[in-house]
Design a protein around this ligand. Structure first.
Ligand SMILES: NC(=O)c1ccc[n+]([C@@H]2O[C@H](COP(=O)([O-])OP(=O)(O)OC[C@H]3O[C@@H](n4cnc5c(N)ncnc54)[C@H](OP(=O)(O)O)[C@@H]3O)[C@@H](O)[C@H]2O)c1
Length: 289
């Protein structure tokens, strides 16, 4: 069974690769730089090196594939939605031309709105591109990744977690490793077919106030959540050099989820994953002795 994994060094992809190896599969990895793979992994996989923006690379990687894990990778391009539209088209073409039977797509909470959710609009577009292929596809509508906290070194240092979301509005927070577990199970399983949507919601919905308190307990340092207005966030992002489309792509993710949003796939045994933020923060944020 040929299984193709995109972003194999990423938060979710790295977990998928490890589990596929442990399941006895030799996966095909599509990535830009094979040197970033651990040497113990490199010898156990097939590699197609190149960008997901290059249709020839995506076609080559998926030749003869039965299953594909597709992620629209984070991008620094000035127009992230345009980049994802292009990449989504590459994925859809490869699925059709190569007759890939099953695709698991790393989508996001909010994609059900289809528009008005910033960058997530680009994921909604890829869901639709993959739907049109007629292949069996699972869209994983993932909650907010715990690993986003690793990208907030200033927040961790200063003890202030800033967000444009209301700080007392609960939302699903999830360990990307747990997403990888679901991805792998679905890639390996041949008992499902058709189009499916599945939330990946972590163990509990959390407010930013609760998240700050959990991080504070894990690190032993004070932390509080603070609401920032869209205008203040816009000023910060623009002064950091982001384009208008990048800026609105980020702001839209919170403004689009703030009002009247209910996930299409509600919390259930299927959407709830085990790792708590407390356990993750102890492992990943606690100062090393
Ligand atoms: N963060 C969240 O809370 C959240 C929630 C729901 C959904 N999502 C979605 O998850 C996706 C990103 O996940 P992530 O931020 O956690 O990313 P990630 O797992 O850190 O993976 C990003 C990977 O993409 C690779 N990459 C970048 N550009 C590439 C290209 N052109 N071709 C091939 N590989 C490329 C990078 O590798 P190299 O740089 O080494 O090439 C990197 O390993 C996005 O679609 C995002 O919308 C995120």
């Amino acid at each position: 069974m040929k299984i193709v994994v995109t972003t194999p060094t990423g938060h979710v992809g790295s977990r998928v690769v490890r589990l596929l190896l442990q399941a006895g599969v030799r996966p095909t990895l599509l990535l830009r730089d094979a040197a970033k793979l651990d040497s113990a992994i490199r010898e156990r996989v097939d590699i197609v090196q190149g960008s997901q923006s290059d249709v020839e690379v995506v076609l080559r990687a998926t030749e003869g594939a039965e299953a594909l894990f597709w992620v629209n990778p984070r991008t620094t391009d000035g127009d992230p939605i345009a980049t994802w539209t292009h990449m989504g088209a590459n994925a859809a073409r490869a699925v059709k031309d190569n007759g890939v039977a099953r695709i698991v797509f790393q989508s996001s909470l909010g994609a059900e709105k289809r528009s008005g959710v910033g960058e997530i609009d680009g994921l909604a577009g890829t869901e639709e591109q993959l739907d049109r292929t007629g292949a069996s596809v699972l869209h994983l509508r993932c909650g907010y990744f715990f690993t986003n906290l690793l990208e907030e070194p200033d927040a961790l240092r200063d003890g202030v977690l800033r967000t444009a979301m209301p700080i007392d509005r609960p939302m699903p927070w999830v360990d990307p490793r747990d997403i990888g577990d679901i991805v792998t199970a679905r890639l390996l399983s041949t008992v499902w077919a058709g189009r499916h949507v599945q939330g990946v919601h972590g163990p509990h919905d959390l407010t930013f106030t609760q998240v700050a308190a959990i991080v504070s307990r894990a690190t032993g340092r004070p932390m509080r959540a603070e609401h920032v207005s869209d205008d203040d966030l816009r000023d910060t992002l623009r002064s950091a050099g982001l384009s208008d489309k990048q800026t609105e792509g980020i702001i839209g993710m919170s403004s689009g989820l703030r009002e009247n949003f209910t996930p299409e796939d509600p919390r259930s045994i299927l959407t709830t994953t085990p790792t708590s933020l407390t356990a993750w923060a102890h492992e990943n944020l606690r100062p090393k002795p």
